[in-house]
Design a protein around this ligand. Structure first.
Ligand SMILES: [Zn+2]
Length: 446
């Protein structure tokens, strides 16, 4: 009786919440008040998938859900990325009937790296995907090894794992679960690239020296420890070719398909490969999954593009405090050439920190190419950026400062033939967008 009442109350509260336009966790809170063990009393579908990682979890979840839904599956998922018990209760009860059966084909949830261990105490996934682990928001997360330990605590031996074969730290988790399915990118598919620091130098299992036959970026590559027998596993789903011009890539292994990614970065390739593999593992036909993914336009897209009187403007949202994410955006900015705006005004949108040591982890030297004509450093931390840039080989005369963001419109009035690429974070993205002139035309990234 209590259970039914809690389910009804949650549904009613969801309706009211939607009507008022707020609150993702409030309905769950109400249900938990009425019936504190409501989650234990629900019957869940067989497949409960959780996705975590330092980067790309929101995008991968969005892509996966698109691939599942476009292929006729009903998916219960946390659009708002709720990690707390209240959010999970809201998500599940929305799909529950009065007998407590969650009526959907599968549950897909994005999990915070740190909170997975708490979330899984009341909703244990049958399949846990870990996309990658590297330096990210150190003031909140600490080092990747710290996050590794927190994720390890979330894994139980009956859980199936889906792991990145190319990332030695993530791949280490394999021993903790039941079966591991691997995804990865074959040797030679992506250009090799080095960052300013090397977290892949030593084996995460034994501390011995790691050797790479090939390295795509950060710690990703074909690794083998020189001391113990730890080495990269052959991926079950492997991207075996990638055409940077078109954004097309082919997958081989447990499924064969060709996919298209709109944003032509190695990141998008990894995210889409992960979503594709998971969709196939969850019963979607590879052809259907590839079609759904290739035509999907990301809502959580990290790239946006405008045309202002012929001037091509691209905004790349990287995460501050995440050098791998930044490095990828800088590669793209260097390729586009013209003018590059690097903006750090607030470091995080979620908490306050004035800590800027992460700037030293970013390879700004990537912008030292003749195609990049001018670099503008903007925002409250423009001087910190300038200090960091003084340690690059970029000629100082190419660099200028703009601490006051109200001067941003000056960047739209100059040469129309010179593209502008903006590299910034979620916390500052809208500060740029709202200063775009009214005539700015939004363009699709195909
Ligand atoms: Zn080793």
């Amino acid at each position: 009786m209590k259970k039914q009442l809690a389910i009804l109350a949650c549904k009613a509260a969801s309706l009211v919440g939607r009507w008022l336009g707020k609150g993702s966790s409030m309905p769950g809170k109400v249900a938990l008040k009425i019936c504190p063990d409501i989650l234990a009393r629900l019957s869940l579908p067989e497949n409960v998938v959780a996705v975590t990682g330092s980067n790309g979890k929101t995008t991968t979840v969005e892509l996966l859900v698109a691939a599942l839904e476009k292929n006729g599956k009903t998916v219960c998922w946390n659009k708002e990325g709720a990690n707390q018990i209240e959010g999970v209760a809201t998500m599940l009860l929305r799909y529950a009937d009065l007998r407590g059966r969650v009526r959907c084909d599968m549950v897909v949830m994005e999990s915070d790296e740190q909170y997975a261990r708490h979330t899984f105490a009341f909703l244990k996934p049958s399949l846990f995907a870990v996309l990658n682990l590297y330096r990210d928001q150190m003031t909140r997360n600490g080092h990747p090894e710290y996050i590794y330990d927190r994720i390890a605590e979330a894994i139980s031996p009956e859980m199936d794992l889906f792991l990145n074969a190319d990332d030695p730290l993530t791949a280490c988790l394999s021993s903790l679960g039941r079966n591991t399915t691997w995804f990865g990118v074959a040797e030679g598919v992506l250009e090799e690239e080095k960052g300013v620091y090397d977290d892949g130098k030593y084996c995460p299992c034994c501390g011995g020296e790691m050797e790479y036959a090939y390295r795509q970026f950060a710690t990703f590559g074909n690794f083998a420890c020189q001391h113990c027998d730890y080495e990269r596993d052959k991926p079950d789903f492997e991207a075996v070719s990638y055409d940077e011009e078109s954004g097309n890539f082919t997958v081989s292994g447990r499924a064969e398909a060709t996919l298209h990614t709109g944003l032509k970065t190695p990141y998008s390739l990894y995210n889409m490969l992960a979503a594709f593999s998971l969709a196939v593992m969850l019963g979607v036909d590879p052809h259907g999954a590839a079609q759904a993914l290739s035509s999907h336009r990301l809502k959580s897209g990290r790239a946006q593009r405008w045309n202002v009187g012929g001037k091509d403007i691209m905004l790349l949202t990287s995460k501050h405090e995440n050098s791998v994410s930044y490095d990828r955006s800088l590669s793209l900015a260097a390729k586009r050439g013209g003018k590059v705006l690097v903006m750090v005004d607030a470091i995080s949108r979620k908490y306050f920190t004035g800590e800027t040591s992460w700037l030293w982890d970013i390879n700004f030297n990537k912008l030292n190419v003749p195609e990049v004509e001018h670099i503008v450093l903007a925002g409250q931390y423009a001087c910190d950026l300038a200090e960091r840039f003084s340690f690059t080989d970029i000629p100082q005369e190419k660099i200028s400062l703009m601490r006051d963001l109200d001067r941003l419109p000056e960047l739209f009035d100059d040469r129309a033939d010179q593209p502008l690429t903006v590299v910034t974070c979620f916390s500052d993205r809208d500060k740029f967008i709202r200063r775009l002139p009214a005539e700015a035309q939004r363009e699709e990234i195909a």
